[in-house]
Design a protein around this ligand. Structure first.
Ligand SMILES: [Zn+2]
Length: 289
């Protein structure tokens, strides 16, 4: 009895940080291991269809990091994520990682991969500054990237159109049933420049690309463009509940007034973290001489 207990392999998982958001019924926590990141959904093996989820990651070189700073990459968040993860991820569950996989990967998985490469490159603990909104006390947080809350999809379907989910929503007081695709890297690269100039246009065009079925019928072209604001808002709410991946709204407590507030991490911070800022802080003395 004792021996069996001794030999049993216990999988260790990390307790996630507390999120400011209540997760929906369509997602479940995806706990991370202390020694490596796990994708919330994963990448299907082209030969066996098996889903691979464990990432093998390395740190980016100085050359690779400086290439990410070039204007053509930096201004497109989708492309920036693709380049960052293609450089830093060696394989997913034994499957060699490349641009094709990165573009097919669903957004929630890409964002998780981004955090994994950031941890390998800049360290698992990142310093993030904030200011308490109640008493204005400056705070410095040591955020453990392995403990950022990550959620997996519960009702994901795989068919000819890709990875999809179904929603039932009340739209203009009528119940509708619709089927949507989960967005992937290729779509994120396509929508990023539109979103920079016009977030509302990006939202509508994305919806049109992702909706594959509406009340049992194919989607009429222009349905969302010509539709009312209420239509897109009602839908947006139903779709948002299915979004999975890292939740970057972390709940923190002020050490002064003890109020809780939300620390919102920006995906760009993982690519270009405060290391530049920290370097300046460290060498601040030198400059002031
Ligand atoms: Zn405070």
């Amino acid at each position: 009895m004792e021996k069996a207990e001794k030999n049993a392999v216990k999988e260790e998982f990390l307790e996630p940080l507390s999120t400011a958001n209540e997760p929906s019924e369509f997602v479940k926590p995806c706990l991370q291991k202390p020694d490596g990141f796990i994708l919330p959904y994963g990448v299907p093996d082209p030969e066996t269809s098996e889903i691979h989820r464990e990432l093998s990651v390395r740190a980016l070189t100085g050359d690779e990091r400086s290439r990410l700073g070039s204007p053509s990459v930096k201004k497109n968040l989708g492309k920036l994520i693709t380049e960052f993860i293609v450089n830093g991820i060696e394989s997913v569950g034994g499957l060699k990682f490349d641009h094709t996989i990165a573009k097919k990967m669903l957004i929630g998985d890409r964002e998780t991969a981004l955090i994994a490469v950031s941890a390998a490159t800049y360290g698992e603990i990142q310093k993030i500054d904030s200011k308490c909104p109640y008493c204005e006390l400056p705070m410095e947080h040591n955020v453990d990237l392995r403990r950022i809350p990550i959620f997996s999809p519960v009702h994901i379907q795989r068919d000819g159109t890709g990875f999809t989910f179904e929603i039932k929503a009340l739209v203009n007081n009528a119940e509708i049933k619709a089927k949507f695709k989960y967005p992937n890297g290729a779509l994120q690269e396509w929508v990023s420049p539109i979103g920079t100039n016009n977030p509302l246009k990006a939202q509508i065009e994305m919806m049109e690309k992702l909706c594959v079925n509406w009340n049992g019928n194919p989607v009429a072209p222009g349905m969302f463009r010509d539709g009312s604001a209420r239509l897109t808002n009602d839908l947006e709410q139903s779709i948002a509940g299915h979004a999975f991946g890292p939740d970057t709204d972390i709940l923190v407590k002020c050490s002064g007034c003890e109020s809780e507030y939300v620390l919102s991490l920006d995906l760009m911070d993982f690519v270009f973290p405060s290391s530049a800022k920290m370097l300046k802080k460290r060498s601040g003395r030198m400059y002031s001489l």
